[in-house]
Design a protein around this ligand. Sequence first.
Ligand code: 5RP
Length: 219
Amino acid sequence: MSADEQKRAVGRAALDYVKPGMVVGVGTGSTVNHFIDALAERRDDIAGAVSSSEASSARLRQHGIEVLDLNSVSDLPIYVDGADEANRFLQLIKGGGGALTREKIVASASRTFVCIADESKLVPALGSFPLPVEVIPMARGLVARQITKRIGGRPVLRQSFTTDNGNIILDIHDLQIMEPIKLESTLNDIPGVVCNGLFAMRPADVLLLGGSEGVKTVT
Ligand code: 5RP
């Protein structure tokens, strides 16, 4: 199976977690696109979706799935999203697509976070994938200097990219993440940081991994 076929398989497998009448939280990325395409078959069964990006909202609407404002939803039983890296504790690096802030908001509003990924995303330790940090544009230089001083690594401005919230992304290269929860908190404390791509304080609850032998469930 190619990586794309593995992503399609996990996207479809996540449908097992979608029950009639649910509002479904929907992440962003190529794996989630397969989930959205599969969810279209269930569009008349569900109460609608809360989306984590303009791109996912557009795809959901193309399939005739109603996109609901998170403010109008009091209970979000499930959130389905991809990841750039996952460790065995289901802590993640996310934000390769730049949607990390809304993804973290919707994930934190959900009762069950189902992460879907191909098997290449499971790593012994997080950090090979550059860690995305969403930053208010005027604080770009300040935040980059603070990251270098407090954390280390090499923050690099993501070129020609603006988030759905009108901000920039600094990708931190060359990090060895030994304590993901501590690092997530340290980054949150830097003025000008809107959000960072570590999902460690609120990890996934279930990881569906697509591999050459099918879909494996990690909890
Ligand atoms: C977007 C994300 C994505 O979930 C992550 O980048 C994985 O994407 P893909 O499924 O395309 O590999 O965090 O901000």
